[in-house]
Design a protein around this ligand. Structure first.
Ligand SMILES: *Cc1c(COP(=O)(O)O)cnc(C)c1O
Length: 400
């Protein structure tokens, strides 16, 4: 047995099989490159589902984390600590909002948004007790908790986890008419991803996000944008909503906010929304801890300059031009996305998304399939143009 086979067999024997990883065992990584236990190098074109927007081992993030590791890492929110105020203030400013509620994982940010919207609905909007409803989109991905999978339309993510949390209405993504019909006096929020990542990098039709903004404003409903995957530079802007000049009431952030170093998530909104919480009504032992704040603050500082957004725009134009040529030649059926983010539907005659991913792995490129014959491409924003081109060469080679 090779070291790789040995480690995979052991992982399979001793861990739950809730994932089906590609057969590569990573030992170290730097920038856009990972090295496996046998010394083979791979170009990372997934970037931890955009948690690694700034690349592996980003020197600024490692330095911020290392410095903080030597000072204090956890206080709990029972006490103040000296990194909290600046992180919240700078993140709020980046978002153009007044307040931040820090959590850890994306799912916790979504759960926090559900609680925020319901409490806001009862306390501010005046919805009768127990009647608040939240409208979500079909094919959403917002995380894995029992409440969140209650409003998933993916049978794999949802089956056998009932009884499900009530209070959600599901409408087709991108359909304003359906959304308008679904909103009632009891609706407290519309929760959507501005670009649906797990669904295959689906960009809604132009005008949809502005339409959601207008409708929610008219009807006194919170517009909650789950920018956990689409936000923080990936699409070429700080937020995907910016492409259509839309400002939601609530941003949900995660993934890249922790720089691939620690889990950091946040709900960001104005005081008339996040002000609904009183002490004891919500919380998290690790949320807003000093290490998370130190890393998150450095992430915010990196985004303030706009350089990563610019890079995602430029490399993204190149990526989509190249993928467009492949689509023109008939080797791929469709390409979607924005910035340095693409969902590529492969002609099924070339194999499933999984088979394509395995062939790319053999050529030193790591991507992840989603739903049948779709692969998604989302390299770290620090990838060089040469490396991106090399990765695309491997895709062309695999597609013959
Ligand atoms: C990944 C993701 C989540 C969940 O984040 P976790 O940190 O895995 O809990 C929620 N929403 C979107 C859009 C995501 O991509």
């Amino acid at each position: 047995m090779t070291a790789t086979e040995d480690l995979i067999a052991s992982a399979e024997a001793h861990s739950a099989h809730n994932y089906h990883p590609l057969p590569v065992v990573v030992a170290s990584a730097q920038g856009a490159w990972m090295t496996d236990v046998e010394g083979r190098r791979y170009l990372d074109m997934l970037a931890g589902y955009s948690a690694l927007n700034f690349g592996h081992g980003n020197p600024r993030l490692i330095e911020a984390a290392t410095e903080q590791l030597g000072r204090v890492t956890l206080t709990s929110r029972a006490f103040h600590h000296d990194r909290f105020a600046e992180f919240c203030a700078r993140l709020a400013r980046l978002c153009g909002k007044e307040m931040v509620l820090p959590m850890n994982t994306g799912a916790e940010a979504v759960e926090t948004a559900v609680k925020t919207a319901r409490k806001w609905g009862y306390r501010v909007k005046g919805v009768p007790g127990g009647r608040a409803r939240i409208v979500v989109a079909a094919n959403n991905f917002h995380g894995r908790t029992t409440t969140i999978v209650s409003f998933s339309t993916d049978p794999e993510a949802r089956a056998d986890y009932g009884p499900y949390t009530p209070g959600f209405d599901i409408v087709p993504f991108g359909d304003l008419g359906a959304l308008r019909d679904a909103v009632t006096e009891d609706t407290v929020a519309v929760l959507i991803e501005p670009v649906q990542g797990e669904a295959g990098v689906l960009v809604p039709p132009p005008g949809y996000l502005p339409g959601v903004r207008e409708l929610t404003r008219e009807r006194g409903v919170l517009f909650v944008a789950d920018e956990i995957q689409s936000g923080l530079g990936r699409t070429g802007r700080t937020f995907a909503c910016e492409h259509e000049d839309v400002v939601p009431d609530v941003y949900l952030l995660g993934k890249a906010l922790g720089g691939g170093v620690v889990p950091v998530s946040a709900v960001v909104a104005d005081a008339d929304v996040l002000g609904v919480f009183r002490p004891g009504e919500h919380g998290s032992t690790f949320g807003g801890n000093p290490l998370a704040c130190a890393v998150g603050l450095e992430v915010v500082a990196m985004l303030e300059t706009g350089e990563f957004q610019q890079r995602a725009t430029e490399l993204g134009e190149h990526l989509h031009a190249e993928l467009g040529l492949l689509a023109g030649s008939g080797k791929v059926v469709e390409v979607r996305g924005r910035g340095l983010w693409a969902g590529v539907d492969i002609d099924p005659s070339h194999g499933t998304g999984r088979e394509i991913s395995e062939k790319l792995m053999e050529r030193g490129v790591l991507v992840k399939d989603t739903h049948g014959s779709t692969i998604r491409i989302a390299p770290p924003l620090v990838i060089s143009k040469e490396d991106l081109d090399w990765g695309l060469d491997q895709l062309r080679a695999v597609l013959g």
